[in-house]
Design a protein around this ligand. Structure first.
Ligand SMILES: Cc1cc2nc3c(=O)[nH]c(=O)nc-3n(C[C@H](O)[C@H](O)[C@H](O)COP(=O)(O)OP(=O)(O)OC[C@H]3O[C@@H](n4cnc5c(N)ncnc54)[C@H](O)[C@@H]3O)c2cc1C
Length: 442
């Protein structure tokens, strides 16, 4: 009897974000032609480089340049635009919902779970109706247009209360995402007021609410304090150790009794692992509902299932000597490094080798607070102002996937340096059918 050719191993990657994209890139580079097939499933056709979302919202970078198109980058992989609905490892199948409404079952030999995290919501009245999160390119574009539209609306309103409400912008959550989004949007709106005859920068009210006693827990406390002082210098009101009790009808009520109306509410108060993991999977989870991972990035007890990034509880070996339960923080620094090691480990195991453990000591953090303003805590050195901001840009552009995107972002920065930032409002994008609907009624 003729020998049959061995079928390629089917590697299925759930999620095309940091971990999914970088793992797939590593695999397509290392795998031989018929060794394995790699399929990436994501409802979006692109990976989003989230640290650049604030700059995309602020108008320093063209939004299309902060995403990497999966099909173009992953030429040796299959890309499936679909949403994972169920993971049944017992059957080695994943159920996906495709855009036409059908569901499909996909089998696999090796699974990579890289579904990331979602915004952590709290039962605050009015949050679901009034709030918007800041995690996707769609939200960044929406917020930019929304903020600029509020200025346009305020400029042509005569009711002082309505005007005040339109010009009040509230951010909840003092982590990186919230602070950077607030810093960039405030900077952009303040710059834009020069083009409005009836709006002065002082007419805008920006409010930051944080439940903890400090902001930016990723940097040392003194830099958190410095950041608060910088924000306050710009007229931003910062409420620490304060909770939001209600957002009903855009009326904000804080736990210290402060009340005001706000036309914009941005919710960036933390993240939690993708709910698919506990609603629709049979994978082992920890108490925070993240997939339990070993230091080699395999799921505990399941050597052919791999995981990393925000949806995984990966032991942080740089800390476990002091705290045996320490796990890696949900950030891009870990996600990219874990994904690269994971690709190597998967290939090693496929070829009969032993995977390596993930070890990375956090080198620090950088954050932008708007144009030419930033904070950085890197290799135990604290930096502030322009130098920290420049470092933020240099670091993130070096991490942005593909040379094409790196170059486009650099050109965007050069152009916005030459011609100043773009402050045009494209509010129409947020309701594109309005004009057509009006016309069809006439
Ligand atoms: C605004 C913002 C700024 C940030 N800034 C920084 C920073 O400056 N420095 C830093 O280190 N970190 C930063 N982070 C955090 C960093 O972006 C995350 O830690 C990193 O993205 C985690 O990578 P991941 O692959 O686990 O998740 P993600 O990159 O989020 O990827 C998850 C992927 O899964 C997909 N997905 C979700 N649900 C499904 C489903 N049901 N089926 C299929 N696919 C699905 C998503 O579309 C996404 O592509 C920031 C995050 C945000 C939101």
């Amino acid at each position: 009897m003729a020998a049959t050719k061995k079928e390629p191993t089917r590697i299925l990657i759930l999620g095309g974000g940091y971990v999914g994209l970088y793992a797939a890139l590593g695999l397509q580079k290392k795998l031989k032609a018929r060794e394995a097939s790699v399929t990436v499933v994501d409802p979006q056709p692109h990976m989003t480089y989230q640290p650049f979302l604030p700059e995309a919202a602020g108008g320093s970078i063209e939004p299309r340049h902060v995403v990497a198109p999966l099909r173009r980058v992953l030429k040796r992989c299959h890309v499936l635009t679909a949403r994972v609905a169920k993971i049944e490892h017992a059957k080695h199948t994943v159920t996906v919902e495709v855009p036409d409404g059908r569901t499909e079952e996909i089998g696999y030999d090796v699974l990579v779970v890289a579904l990331g995290s979602v915004a952590r919501l709290l039962p605050v009245p009015g949050l679901a109706e009034q709030g918007i999160s800041f995690r996707t390119i769609g939200e960044a574009i929406y917020l930019r247009n929304h903020v600029m539209s509020k200025l346009d609306q305020a400029a042509s309103t005569i009711d002082p209360e309505t005007r005040k409400r339109l010009l009040t912008f509230t951010f909840v959550g003092g982590g990186f995402a919230g602070i950077e989004a607030l810093g960039e949007l405030e900077d952009m709106a303040r710059f834009a007021t020069r083009y409005y005859e009836t709006i002065d920068p002082e007419d805008l009210r920006w409010v930051l609410v944080e439940a903890a006693g400090r902001i930016l827990p990723e940097v040392r406390e003194s830099l958190g304090v410095y950041t608060v002082l910088q924000l306050e210098k710009r007229g931003i009101e910062v409420y620490l150790s304060t909770m939001v009790k209600s957002f009903e009808n855009g009326h904000v009520v804080l736990s210290d009794g402060t009340e005001f109306d706000s036309g914009t509410i941005v919710w960036t108060a933390g993240v939690k692992a993708n709910p698919i993991l506990f609603n629709g999977s049979d994978l082992p989870l920890d108490e925070r509902k993240r997939v339990k991972a070993t230091a080699s990035l395999q799921v505990e007890g399941l050597p052919n299932v791999w995981t990393a990034g925000d949806n995984a509880a990966v032991p942080d070996l740089s800390k476990t000597a002091d705290d045996p339960t320490a796990t890696c923080a949900p950030n891009a620094q870990h996600a990219v490094r874990q994904a690269r090691l994971m690709a190597k480990n998967i290939v090693t195991v496929l070829r009969g080798g032993k995977p390596k453990d993930y070890y990375h000591k956090n080198v620090g953090s950088v954050a932008s607070l708007g144009l030419h303003k930033g904070v950085a805590d890197v290799y135990n050195v604290k930096l502030k102002g322009f130098i920290a901001w420049a470092m933020h840009r240099a670091y993130h552009v070096s991490r942005m996937p593909t040379f094409n995107r790196k170059l486009r972002i650099t050109v965007d920065w050069l152009l916005s340096g030459l011609f100043r930032r773009e402050v045009i409002s494209m509010g129409q994008i947020n309701d594109p059918k309005a004009e057509f609907d009006r016309t069809s009624k006439t």
